[in-house]
Design a protein around this ligand. Structure first.
Ligand SMILES: NC(=O)c1ccc[n+]([C@@H]2O[C@H](COP(=O)([O-])OP(=O)(O)OC[C@H]3O[C@@H](n4cnc5c(N)ncnc54)[C@H](O)[C@@H]3O)[C@@H](O)[C@H]2O)c1
Length: 398
């Protein structure tokens, strides 16, 4: 985009990606697409450097055109030319690397769960705030166009006063006892499915209905031990296993009854061992004038009913619903999981360029982590728990 003097006004930002597995590659894919999907951003993101501990992943990064590939993330953070950082590491490394990234003064887009506890999440949020850097957290279900439409309907009062909601995230990724013991099953990875999957559901409740302020919960482990993988793991789908087994140290399942600050009752359920549902992430919201249902397995369909109508109407996503129109010209077409990640890349880069927090912030992740901690406390104490309010700049009310 040339200015009057003929010079390009497109700003180039150098991105460093730490952890080049599933999520790291999707962050890179998002950056790659920005200049043609969102030319008005006036930014192009250069794939400057990857840091990954595994040679096989470093090789993929080289093939995908990264200018430099290293094994130690500290080398990436020490490079003054790196402008923005993506963190797609196993969750137990998030605290160390996020704190180091904030100390290096670089904005970062980190995967959820950001910290493994409210305390870790507070530390990261406050370090980023002290360093004055923009943060982004991978709560990508906010970017589903049907979720954007649901939020609009709720905010416009189309459902009346919200009385209740049901949210469930049922997956089978850990349903086989033969599945490899990866980092996800260690106590070091936090409270298992609660931080891994339910954090998305908690963020959706915050985004659609406002903050959860108290709850009671029960959780459990159903596959007590798993075989160790052979060789380098490759995310949650590592398949080759040894004869040696290891004890699972965090939750396979949780059920929660919660109340929001605005007085709605919400049930949340999550499982990583549910045979059948593959990624059944559902939100149902009930109000005095109507209700709506959304299921990630049919992500472009929003079911809506108003009091007096005989049945739910299917509202297919269309241009005008969130970012749908950027990706597809009309209803009946789809946005992919990866597209929702590209929307997140755009919101992160736009936040960096404008200084305005447009992508879910570290504080949003801290608030979600306060809910996870309350779930763990409630399960341990068989109690009803209050959820503290965080002090950082949350975006779910914006
Ligand atoms: N937003 C979402 O919907 C979503 C989906 C899946 C995973 N996640 C989150 O993304 C994060 C990463 O998950 P994933 O599925 O991409 O994992 P993954 O195992 O596919 O990738 C992790 C990468 O980190 C690398 N790594 C491990 N230790 C390292 C170190 N010390 N230094 C440098 N690299 C190192 C591994 O080699 C691997 O490439 C997790 O926090 C997870 O909870 C989010």
């Amino acid at each position: 985009m040339p200015d009057a003097s003929g010079k390009s006004t497109v700003r180039t930002l150098n991105a460093g990606v730490i952890g080049f597995g599933w999520m790291g590659r999707l962050h890179a894919n998002g950056y790659r697409q920005l200049s043609w999907r969102y030319p008005e951003l006036g930014a192009s993101v250069r794939l400057a450097m990857v840091a990954d501990a595994a040679e096989s992943n470093r090789e993929v990064a080289r093939e995908q055109g990264f200018a430099k590939v290293v094994s130690d993330y500290r080398e990436l953070l020490a490079d003054p030319d790196i402008d923005v950082v993506s963190i797609g590491l196993p969750s137990f490394l998030h605290r160390e690397v996020a704190l180091a990234t904030a100390a290096a003064g670089k904005p970062f887009w980190i995967e959820k769960p950001m910290g493994l506890s409210a305390e870790q999440s507070r530390e990261i949020t406050q370090a980023a705030s002290a360093a004055g850097v923009i943060t982004g957290v991978g709560f990508n279900y906010r970017n589903q166009p049907a979720v954007a439409r649901a939020r609009e309907l709720i905010r416009a009062g189309a459902l009346g006063r919200i009385s209740s909601a049901r949210v469930w995230l049922l997956a089978d990724y850990a349903s086989s006892p033969e599945g490899a013991y990866t980092w996800r099953f260690s106590a070091d990875a936090g409270p298992g499915v609660i931080s891994d999957l339910l954090s998305h559901g908690v963020d959706l409740v915050h985004y659609l209905l406002g903050r959860i302020d108290s709850l009671t919960a029960q959780s459990g482990i159903f596959i007590a031990e798993r075989p160790l993988p052979l060789g380098e793991g490759a995310g949650q789908w590592a398949t080759e296993v040894s004869d040696e087994v290891k004890t699972v140290e965090n939750e396979d399942y949780a059920a929660v009854l919660a109340r929001t600050a605005k007085g709605a009752m919400v049930t949340l359920e999550c499982s990583r061992v549910a045979v059948g549902p593959r990624a059944e992430y559902v939100v149902e919201v009930y109000g005095s004038e109507g209700s709506l249902r959304w299921n990630f397995q049919h992500p472009m369909d929003l079911q809506v009913i108003r009091r007096g109508e005989r049945g739910y109407a299917l509202q297919m996503c269309a241009p005008g619903d969130g970012e749908f129109g950027r990706y597809q010209p009309g209803p009946g077409l789809q946005l992919s999981f990866d597209d929702a990640k590209t929307v997140e890349a755009k919101n992160f880069i736009q936040s960096v360029l404008t200084g305005r927090q447009l992508v879910p912030s570290a504080a949003d992740a801290w608030q979600a982590a306060e809910v996870s901690d309350a779930i763990v406390r409630s399960n341990a104490n068989r109690s009803w728990e209050e959820v503290p309010t965080v002090t950082g700049p949350v975006t779910y009310n914006d």
